[in-house]
Design a protein around this ligand. Structure first.
Ligand SMILES: [Zn+2]
Length: 102
């Protein structure tokens, strides 16, 4: 996957680079974008878009209780697997203790 430090859009009409301005909303997981084509005089296209933080891929170490972004199915599977693994380890420890008591 390519790392993108700045959101980049090309103009859908002429293919030139589009400048992006974001506006803050009251929701931390949602931004409105205002884009305008840098080919200002020959094209001049402007549009509005939006960016939403839609799925959690790795939970935060400092979670904000007011943020509620759904977990991706991949994270859910991984967490479920970790629970199963820890249950398995507990079972092994308990079995080892039972063996030791015999
Ligand atoms: Zn354009």
């Amino acid at each position: 996957m390519q790392e993108v430090s700045r959101l980049r859009f090309d103009c859908p009409h002429c293919g030139s680079y589009m400048k992006v301005r974001t506006s803050k909303t009251h929701l931390p997981e949602y931004r409105e974008l205002y884009l305008h084509c840098t080919n200002e005089f020959k094209c001049g296209y402007r549009c509005k878009g939006r960016v939403t933080l839609s799925e959690t891929l790795a939970p935060s170490y400092r979670p904000n209780p007011s943020v509620n972004i759904k977990m991706s199915p991949w994270v859910m599977r991984k967490m479920h697997q970790e629970i199963l693994e820890s249950e398995g380890q507990i079972r092994l420890i308990l079995d080892a203790r039972k063996e030791a008591k015999k």
